[in-house]
Design a protein around this ligand. Structure first.
Ligand SMILES: *Cc1c(COP(=O)(O)O)cnc(C)c1O
Length: 377
């Protein structure tokens, strides 16, 4: 027992150096890092443009608080909403905080309290975000939770129609359930959500904390669906490794937050904003996004070719990929993969997540898939 609380199931290796898709542990062992710090390192470890951006900013100013004007936050907000139906942004420090802001916004804007979310969803660990999360293991022992959250089966149109009454402020979902096993919203369900939101004046919150910032091959995953969210939460990949979160929203909700109604000391910190702007300058480029789609398709095809046998199925979109092992517990494989030199993370008990940096090369994919196949076959 050390000085840290035991709230993480930490693996025994400590990563002390990273370069691109690779990381090294204290003993000097090299790994292919297909966790990307849980979909965080959009451009891999120690990308020179990010190192430059943070170094330059560190020599200028680190922190101002939100008492002062922030042209760099304004520019980042514009970059995030440009070319979408969204209009405004608020910056915070994490995914849970972004969802917390979304929940508060939805309640205040509609004057209603009830929020529909889905089973196996994950929205974070703060009280609001945890109450939104559709996983008992995340909530166990912490009650009473924030009331008025209903968790429905995912992709069940009839259940949604039955629950979406006049008390509902918002429907909140992930386009692909990152922690829940890579289940994807179906086109029928997405259409039903839009119909119901339009009919009832319900707000739509899409949690893009994991799927956003190019991970699925478009800037945001909702762009590959009919979903037009009023609110979009971001974090993970936005900072490329620096902690920053954000909430995007449509113009019609602008007045809901007035001066003093919501905030956070560190939100939109100059270092985080400088890094996030650099991430977006790379990732929100059409040719970069096209490359994410290509590499994602390549990765999925390589995995499908290498993992023969009925038990395997390949899930996901772009470079947010999962390997389903026919209902087998995947945790022993995570350890074996690490031993063999590939770092991966689970998505629920039955899916291995493959999360390379968005600038991974085909050669790195080949190298990793060969190892993955030798461990899983
Ligand atoms: C990781 C995650 C969160 C929580 O983000 P934190 O930064 O850990 O608070 C919320 N939603 C989704 C979909 C996530 O993957």
């Amino acid at each position: 027992m050390g000085a840290l609380f035991g709230n993480y199931a930490r693996r025994p290796i400590a990563l002390v150096k990273g370069q691109g898709t690779y990381a090294w542990d204290e003993a000097g062992k090299k790994y292919i890092d297909f966790t990307s710090g849980i979909a965080v390192l959009s451009l891999g470890h120690a990308h020179p443009a990010i190192v430059d951006a943070i170094t330059k900013q560190a020599n200028e100013i680190w922190h101002t608080s939100n008492l002062f004007a922030s042209p760099s936050q304004e520019k980042l907000a514009q970059t995030l909403v440009q070319g979408t139906h969204l209009a405004h942004a608020f910056f915070c420090n994490s995914g849970a905080e972004a969802n917390e802001a979304a929940i508060k916004m939805a309640r205040k804007h509609t004057g209603k309290h009830h929020i529909i979310t889905f089973e196996k969803s994950f929205h974070g660990r703060t009280f609001g975000a945890m109450s939104a999360t559709g996983q008992e293991k995340v909530q166990a022992g912490f009650g009473p939770l924030v009331s008025q959250f209903t968790h429905l089966p995912f992709n069940d149109v009839a259940a949604l129609r039955a629950a979406a009454d006049d008390s509902v402020a918002a429907i909140m979902l992930e386009v692909i359930q990152g922690e829940g096993g890579l289940a994807q919203v179906t086109p029928e369900f997405a259409q039903a959500i839009m119909d119901i939101c339009n009919e009832k004046g319900i707000l739509l919150i899409v949690d893009e904390v994991q799927t956003g910032i190019g991970r699925t091959g478009t800037r945001y995953a909702f762009e590959q669906t009919v979903l037009k969210p009023h609110l979009v939460s971001l974090a993970k990949g936005l900072g490329g490794g620096f902690p920053i979160g954000g909430l995007l929203g449509v113009a019609e909700i602008y007045d809901t937050f007035s001066a003093g109604s919501h905030g956070t000391t560190f939100g939109g910190n100059p270092l985080g904003v400088a890094v996030a702007q650099t991430v977006l300058d790379h990732v929100f480029d059409e040719s970069f996004l096209a490359q994410v789609k290509e590499r994602g398709a390549y990765l999925q095809q390589k995995l499908a070719d290498a993992l023969t046998g009925d038990k395997f199925s390949i899930l996901g979109q772009g470079l947010m990929v999962g390997i389903y092992l026919g209902g087998e517990d995947v945790s022993p494989y995570v350890a074996k993969l690490e031993e063999a030199g590939v770092l991966m993370v689970q998505a629920g008990p039955h899916v291995l997540r493959v999360l390379p940096p968005l600038n991974v090369t085909n050669e790195e994919i080949d190298e990793a898939v060969a190892i993955i196949a030798s461990v899983l076959q």
